[in-house]
Design a protein around this ligand. Structure first.
Ligand code: PHE
Length: 492
């Protein structure tokens, strides 16, 4: 390319402005090479000016090329006629395009038909020697003596499909205001050596091309937890669930515990298990009538329940906590649902962070994600809950399920869900669930025969299984393996 660049510059210096196509012919080089040289000269600034043009140009067709190589159709037909003559039928079979060739050879006066010949008419040569003008003409054309072919001849060749006219793009080249015969190679990189030796001061740098496509970038992307979260959200949406807003990490003990019929002395409410807030210590907005009903059901019972029979304290319910489960969100949503004039069945879900004052180990973190599901409708049973799990876990790729009775203050009956883990070769707990107790639902104001199925699971567990991570601490913070997130993107 460097060579071509020099040739272009030298030619402009010696012969003045020229079209790039003509220059390609003169230099005996491919036009594309000239175009490449022009582009690199343009990038240097004003060394040359190059104005793009489009023009019509004649070129040989494939058939035209064949004529140049082997001779015109008429000449070939002529040479195929033997001394003693040949029947027209036979002659037609000697070469392709014999028909065209024959009629051209006849009108050129090269052949004749001998009607008196024995065994029927024969074609004979009429002249001893011929001159193949067509071939000569096209050969000249090929050697770029275009001007030697007169216009009518070009049209004739066009009709015979030996020549065709095509539009070609070229450049009109002239010296630019900063024309020079020697162009300095522009640097594309600023190297440490250039900086160290100070040679960058003398160098010329190629201007930055903001239109160029960037190199493929390796950059960070979705965290595995967020990927699984997206997948789980999709499953819920497919099953017709609506997402609950989970934007308050801080909850009052009221919504986190009391509304869920968790007694105020329950161990889960200990400081060892729950993070209490020091500022603000208390929440101050409560639906008071409902709060009173909650107090009653805890302390003396109601709705057919004996309650816990203890002294319920407002002081305790006011305490702010980092929510220990997203079931607090479900409680808020169910209370809101109960305030509507007419009960409408609902299916809710959420996936968000919860906080527990845990001792950290390979399977426990102080903050993790909970997946929560709630279904409220008339006449639901535990069978419906089991059916929901089958569908839900099946979509997650977890098929082998077992249920085990358990205890939650807010559900009765309650079930832990286990799945057989092929890798670990044992049954692992994948969720906790149950039917919300009347002590939780009736104070809210939900109709008596409405049942609410609910379940919760961690997002981290399926993520660890899926990504083969055996220490939960590798999922967060500085221990995260950045390679998990790498996705190759093309920068625009
Ligand atoms: N809140 C429970 C937990 O944190 C999960 C659960 C939700 C259980 C709903 C039953 C019903 O483990």
């Amino acid at each position: 390319m460097a060579d071509t660049t020099t040739h272009v510059l030298e030619h402009l210096a010696e012969c003045g402005p020229i079209d790039s196509l003509t220059l390609a012919v003169k230099l005996g080089t491919d036009h594309q090479r000239i175009v490449g040289a022009v582009k690199s000269l343009q990038s240097l600034g004003n060394v040359i000016t190059a104005e793009q043009r489009s023009s019509k140009q004649w070129e040989l067709t494939k058939e035209g090329e064949e004529v140049v190589e082997k001779g015109s159709h008429e000449a070939l037909v002529y040479y195929n006629v033997p001394e003693e003559g040949i029947s027209q039928k036979e002659l037609m079979q000697t070469i392709p395009n014999a028909k065209v060739g024959f009629s051209k050879a006849m009108s050129a006066g090269w052949l004749m038909v001998d009607k008196t010949a024995e065994g029927g008419p024969k074609i004979r040569r009429k002249v001893d020697k011929i001159h193949d003008d067509v071939q000569e003409c096209l050969l000249k054309f090929k050697n770029m003596n275009i001007d030697d072919i007169i216009e009518s001849q070009k049209q004739d060749f066009k009709k015979r499909k030996l020549l065709q006219e095509v539009t070609v793009k070229s450049y009109w080249l002239e010296k630019g205001p900063q024309f020079s015969l020697t162009v300095e190679k522009q640097e594309t990189d600023l190297t440490p050596e250039m900086i160290a030796t100070g040679s960058w001061k003398e160098k010329k740098f190629k201007p930055y091309n903001f239109d160029a496509l960037g190199v493929p970038l390796e950059c960070g992307h979705l965290h595995p937890l967020m990927k699984v979260k997206t997948e789980v959200r999709q499953i819920f949406l497919e099953m017709g669930f609506t997402e609950m807003a989970t934007n308050n990490y801080v909850e009052s003990s009221f919504w986190n515990f009391d509304t869920l019929f968790v007694p105020q002395k329950h161990p889960a409410r200990d400081m060892q298990d729950t993070f209490y807030l020091s500022d603000p210590v208390h929440a101050n907005e409560f639906p008071l009538e409902y709060l009173e009903r909650v107090e009653t059901v805890h302390s003396v019972g109601g709705y057919g329940s004996q309650g816990y029979n203890y002294e319920w304290k407002f002081e305790e319910t006011k305490k702010n906590v980092m929510r220990t489960h997203t079931t607090a969100v479900s409680a808020r949503m169910l209370y809101r649902l109960a305030q509507q004039k007419k009960f409408i069945p609902v299916k809710y879900f959420s996936i968000d962070k919860v906080f527990r004052n845990e001792n950290l180990d390979a399977t426990h973190l102080a903050e993790f994600h909970q997946v929560e599901g709630v279904v409220a409708d008339y006449g639901l049973t535990l069978g419906n809950l089991m059916g929901l799990f089958k569908e839900f876990f099946n979509k997650l790729g977890i098929r082998n399920l077992r249920f085990k009775p358990t205890y939650n203050p807010y559900t009765e009956p309650s079930m832990e869900i286990f799945s057989y883990h092929e890798g670990l070769k044992k049954w692992v707990e994948v969720g906790n669930s149950g039917m919300f107790r009347p002590e939780m639902l009736l104070p809210m104001g939900l109709p008596k025969d409405v049942a609410v199925l609910a379940w919760g699971l961690s997002l981290e567990r399926p993520t660890m299984i899926k990504y083969g991570i055996d220490n939960i601490r590798e999922l967060v913070g500085h221990k995260v393996n950045l390679k998990w997130f790498i996705v190759t993107l093309y920068a625009d």
